[in-house]
Design a protein around this ligand. Structure first.
Ligand code: 3HC
Length: 742
């Protein structure tokens, strides 16, 4: 199978990457590249080489699957070296080479383009070096060529941030030589190349020799085409050192597991202070160091696991029919007509869901019985989108199209034509049941009813519905327009095409669906409510709130549990736990501290105080003496003497409580795969991705170890830590649970 198409066009050798879906660079591609370059060098009919792609995106870089097969540090060094050598062959080509790139140019693909003598892109091109997001350093010369092309500071920004730069920025930085405004990218690139062919100051052996000498002496040679020889952007050694030191300082305090950022800085430094070649060797060994750590393996595992979620087995292949606002009609799926989405409830969840729908380019009707609520909701969506416009993340035209797709109303008739109705009203059984029944009464019998409940069993909500088989759960997380995960809840008896369409709808929103069986709390809350409760047990026993939060931030969560629950509302924790602890008595009662805070109205940020105190205009959390007082009272009542709780105990209890519950969920067959549980935790809760997710973390610790910790905790603290049968079995066999959704 050929991955690169070779042709000759008007005196140029044209190499087209042609390996769908994303032209990922495999070792076989690199071999073909070498063969094509050799052929081009000897091709008497051509004077230059143009590298491009047959698809609208140039390439997503190295095939990440390659990294999964790395077993030893020699393997890692070899892969990095093979990439470096393949790209060095481009740079050393005796004929000038231009890269004509469009769409996404990512990682190894940008490293390839940087090894070419010239780069031309389209106005819509996006370029990035995202290796750091996979917890690795670029291994194909990126840490060496990027600073030489754009300067040290901008290069570090790209290498350490991993973000995209657009064509305009790339041109300003010097990352590309031209942006093709016309619609024939290859013609533009060919023109640029032809203007260089025959320039004796560039490609004759004497000129190259001269360029090498000047580069060694750190003198600027102009014009110069081989990136490794360029020194013009490195002219100020003191400024370069400052940029490197600043970058290094900025990394202080990050998780010890994430070694790539600091290795990237050192790779750049080595290339500047020693030589380009020394920098490349540093890259190889750094790459091996990264690959030997769990952080890279876990992020690579999540990369594939997340994409695998898009292919979850819902029993049928139904796609959600999509008509994007202002876009072309794209009709498929079970309705045979364009979908009309309706959201009921203009609270924060309903507003966020409606915003997510319009942001995906789909029209939506948002209703609420209170007209002022829908008006406020509309304003909030407009303000949020407007903010994106001011940040340059959205065009005013798109904003207008999105807002044009939003209909706000307060009568049931407005949703009569809906194909999918999402109920997002107050989390109360009776209220939700009444709303679902009213919605069912006005919509077409083929419409899908979805509930955004976060805890209540769908069997309870289906009571009284004439068509319970058309009910599905779509549990969004707050803020719904921003959070990437949606739990799709499948109850027994739900029509499989309903679940399939709901899943496809989530994908149409460009979010990740996780299919979860129908039990109270589903997956994420089933783990998170016990986690929050454990934080309150620790607080009640005497641990400091800050110490509890810091322990989890140190573990890698963006926010500690007490800060988070102060944001969500401590009263919400109490209400949600009422549902969960009824369903799972093993979870035990709510810590007295929670009830004491709720009784005093200390329910969190919305009340100005919860575990912490908040002041208007200040973003930081303050000590809350009223919370301390409430805790003292609970301790007196329960005869508890406060004790110092070590950081290790805090961490172990909080993490083990989540792990314990995760294995119960697997045992009950509520999620299809371990990897689904991991992706759901990372995308739904901010569980640190470099730890791979809760089950992967447990596997990395060793299941026997986890089992031992849980048994010890259960002996001391009770049943809530008691491990399930599946974990015992898995610890015995260390096998993968591959259970089907119930
Ligand atoms: N390697 C292997 N497979 C890749 C890939 C890669 N670099 N990038 C994407 N894919 C696969 C996906 O797994 C998916 O496969 P599937 O259809 O079988 O699930 C398919 O391509 C399409 O990908 P997405 O579903 O993500 O499609 P999108 O259109 O949403 O996004 C993308 C496309 C922006 C390219 C996105 O896939 C992406 O960001 N990919 C990762 C890019 C990356 O991190 N590259 C750096 C690689 S490391 C490197 O180059 C090291 C170098 O220094 C040696």
């Amino acid at each position: 199978m050929s991955r690169i198409d070779y042709s000759v066009s008007e005196g140029l050798s044209v190499l087209r990457l042609d390996d769908p879906p994303v032209n990922a660079l495999t070792l076989a591609t690199l071999e073909e590249l070498a063969a094509c370059l050799e052929r081009a060098a000897g091709d008497a009919d051509t004077d230059g080489i143009l590298i491009t792609a047959s698809s609208s995106h140039f390439s997503a870089g190295a095939d990440i699957a390659l990294f999964r097969d790395i077993k030893t540090s020699q393997d890692a060094v070899r892969i990095s070296r093979v990439f470096q050598e393949a790209f060095a062959a481009i740079e050393d080509s005796p004929k000038p080479v231009v890269a004509a790139v469009a769409g996404k140019v990512i990682g190894g693909a940008l490293e390839l383009a940087m090894a070419c003598h010239y780069r031309v892109c389209t106005p819509g091109t996006l370029l990035a070096m995202p290796e750091v997001k996979l917890a690795i350093n670029p291994g194909a010369g990126g840490t060496q060529r990027l600073p030489r092309l754009v300067g040290v500071e901008p290069a570090l920004k790209m290498l350490l941030g991993g973000g995209m730069v657009d064509a305009r920025q790339a041109m300003e930085m010097g990352l590309v030589d031209a942006v093709c405004e016309g619609d024939d990218l290859t013609a533009c690139a060919a023109d640029l190349l032809r203007s260089k062919i025959g320039d004796a100051t560039l490609f004759s052996p004497d000129a190259v020799h001269d360029q090498e000498r000047l580069s060694r002496e750190n003198r600027v040679a102009s014009p110069i085409s081989r990136t490794r020889l360029r020194v013009d952007k490195l002219a100020d050694p003191a400024a370069n050192e400052t940029a490197l030191d600043q970058a290094k300082r900025g990394l202080a305090g990050g998780p010890a597991e994430l070694i790539a950022p600091s290795l990237i800085v050192e790779a750049v430094r080595t290339g500047l202070n020693e030589s380009f070649e020394a920098g490349l060797r540093f890259e190889q060994t750094a790459f091996a160091q990264c690959m030997a750590g769990t952080a890279a393996r876990n992020r690579i595992y999540l990369f594939f696991a997340t994409r695998e979620m898009g292919r979850i087995n819902t029993g049928t292949d139904t796609e959600f029919p999509v008509t994007r606002v202002g876009g072309k009609k794209d009709l498929y799926g079970e309705f045979g007509v364009s979908p009309r989405i309706a959201v009921i409830g203009a609270g924060s969840m309903g507003t966020g869901i409606a915003q997510a729908v319009v942001m995906a380019g789909l029209p939506v009707v948002l209703i609420d019985k209170a007209p002022p609520a829908v008006a406020r909701s509309r304003e909030r969506i407009a303000a949020s989108l407007q903010k994106r416009v001011s940040q340059g993340r959205l065009s005013p035209q798109r904003l207008e199209a999105m807002m044009g797709g939003l209909t706000a109303a307060s009568d049931w008739e407005a949703i009569a034509q809906a194909d999918l109705v999402i109920e997002a009203v107050f989390e109360d059984v009776a209220v939700k049941q009444a709303v679902l029944r009213s919605a069912e009464a006005v919509v077409d019998p083929r419409a899908i009813l979805a509930t955004n409940t976060s805890t209540i069993s769908l069997d309870v909500l289906a009571e009284g519905l004439a068509r319970p088989e058309r009910l599905v759960g779509l549990h969004f997380f707050n803020p719904a327009h921003a959070m990437p995960l949606v739990e799709v809840i499948r109850r027994r008896g739900a029509a499989s095409e309903v679940v399939a369409a709901a899943t496809a709808f989530v994908k149409a929103l460009r979010k990740t669906p996780v299919l979860v069986g129908n039990r109270e709390g589903f997956f994420v809350n089933r783990l998170m409510i016990p986690y929050f409760k454990e934080a309150f047990w620790l607080l009640q026993e005497g641990a400091e709130a800050e110490a509890i939060d810091e322990a989890m931030c140190g573990f890698g969560f963006p926010m500690g549990p007490l800060t988070l629950i102060d944001m969500a509302g401590i009263d919400i924790l109490a209400d949600t736990d009422a549902v969960l602890s009824r369903a799972f008595p093993r979870h035990g009662p709510l810590p007295g501290a929670v009830a004491a805070l709720v009784e005093r109205g200390l329910v969190g940020q919305k009340a100005g105080a919860g575990v912490y105190r908040y002041e208007k205009g200040r973003h930081d959390r303050l000590d809350n003496p009223a919370c301390r007082e409430a805790l003292d009272q609970v301790r007196r009542r329960e005869g508890l003497a406060p004790r110092a709780v070590a950081a290790e105990e805090i961490l172990s209890r909080l993490v083990m409580r989540m792990a314990c519950e995760a294995f119960y969920v697997l045992d009950e067959g509520l999620v299809e795969r371990e990897s689904h549980a991991d992706v759901a935790m990372v995308l739904g809760t901010g569980f640190p991705d470099f730890r791979g997710g809760i089950v992967k973390y447990a596997r990395d610790l060793g299941l026997a170890n986890v089992l031992g910790q849980l048994e010890a905790l259960a002996g001391r603290l009770g049943e809530r830590f008691a491990p399930c049968e599946l974990l015992r079995e898995m610890a015995k066999n260390e096998r993968h649970a591959d259970v089907t959704t119930g």
